[in-house]
Design a protein around this ligand. Structure first.
Ligand code: KG4
Ligand code: ZN
Length: 357
């Protein structure tokens, strides 16, 4: 089965063709992403109106390229999948209205996809597929959600942020430090330069709120206030921008890792999945791996007899599949194939991770 995925929830316009092989394995045939990120870097963040205008310019060329670059046409695809939310309403509308039109004129089934499920199911594009029951932590620009999935369709909310999302914390702190948008990659770059020169020199300058709370909730808004206080204080000269970026990254990563390890110990899932733009952060990937390896005894017993715990337990999409992309949307539709009549599909910017269509 071949699905054409369409994703336009924010500032990326993406179309992809993903195939489900008879073995159940998913294979990406094309994954085209056009981003208006450079334009938003000039204003220090996404302006929704401008993002939607860029979506309109890119949508048709991107869809065309996703098919022609692999010498396919609409006749070859079996269905269309599209992100219906959460996201920016203007951007979402471009993808959803295009997908509905194509579903009607090409006479193809249409599968609405929750953006956040796309981030989770991007992990099924890896060679080594995750297994249920699984735990997933979605960390993106707008969301920080921990969920337990007994199967593809049975999802339970475990915890999430009470204020800012992890990616939002990266973006806002980067802005305070004078680093360019998007803040996550800028902070990661500055931090890796600092860590290369100053091995292991971390002072825990910033707070890690709720790190010891018994629940699986997060709070990142205090971090931004603390960074603001530091940048306004006379002490600012004591620290380089790179050092402060390192401290911000460490505060966010430590909190995400601590809660992930605690959730793994409690729920003992067969797989633990990271997804969303922040999952591209190499420090997060490294510290999570290190944390799991050092606490193997407390994890799922079957996993530490089978050799490579990391390979079996922790799943993270390759970096370009962590950020918004249509292959992840097609993957979600192939794993949970629920086509509906195009007339019943509509945009829902407020969709939550557990919302049913
Ligand atoms: O999933 P995504 O592409 O879009 C949303 O659904 O929001 O995530 C974007 C977020 C931004 O906040 C961006 O700063 C963050 O992911 N991000 C990163 C990295 N790459 C992207 N954060 C930390 N480290 C990265 N390498
Ligand atoms: Zn996203």
């Amino acid at each position: 089965m071949l699905i054409l995925g369409i994703e336009t929830s924010c500032d990326e316009t993406s179309a992809a063709v993903v195939q489900k092989l008879p073995s159940g394995k998913l294979e990406i045939l094309s994954n085209i992403v056009a981003s208006s990120e450079d334009m938003h870097a000039k204003t220090g963040g996404v302006i929704p109106e401008s993002a939607a205008r860029e979506q309109i310019k890119s949508i048709i060329p991107v869809i065309k390229k996703s098919l022609t670059s692999i010498k396919l046409s609409e006749k070859d695809i079996d269905a269309i999948a599209v992100t219906t939310g959460p996201g920016l309403i203007g951007s979402l509308l471009v993808g959803v209205e295009t997908a509905k039109t194509l579903s009607y004129i090409w006479n193809k089934p249409l599968v609405p996809v929750n953006h956040l499920m796309g981030h989770i199911f991007a992990n099924f594009l890896n060679d080594n597929s995750p297994q249920f029951p699984l735990l997933a932590l979605v960390v993106s620009g707008g969301h920080t959600d921990m969920v337990y999935l007994k199967s593809e369709r049975e999802i339970k909310y475990i915890g999430g942020t009470r204020d800012d999302a992890a990616g939002e914390a990266f973006d806002k702190c980067a802005r305070l430090l004078g680093l360019p948008y998007p803040g996550g990659p800028s902070i990661a770059k500055a931090a890796s330069e600092f860590l290369e020169k100053n091995t292991g020199k971390i002072f825990n300058l910033f707070p890690r709120p709720m790190i010891d709370s018994k629940d699986f909730d997060f709070s990142f808004s205090g971090l931004k206030t603390s960074v603001l206080r530091t940048t306004e204080s006379k002490n600012m000269d004591k620290y380089s921008k790179e050092e402060l970026a390192t401290e911000v990254q460490e505060a966010i990563v430590d909190t995400l890792v601590a809660k992930s390890l605690k959730a793994i110990e409690k729920y003992k899932p067969k797989s633990f999945l990271l997804g969303g733009g922040v999952a591209a952060n190499s420090r997060l990937r490294k510290k999570l791996a290190r944390g799991v390896n050092s606490r193997q005894g407390m994890m799922q017993p079957s996993l530490h007899h089978s050799g490579n715990v990391m390979r079996n337990l922790i799943h993270v999409p390759e970096a370009k599949l962590c950020t918004d992309n249509a292959a992840a949307v097609a993957a979600a539709a192939l794993i949970n194939y629920k086509p509906v009549n195009w007339k019943s599909v509509s945009v829902n910017p407020e969709l939550t991770i557990t919302s049913k269509f």
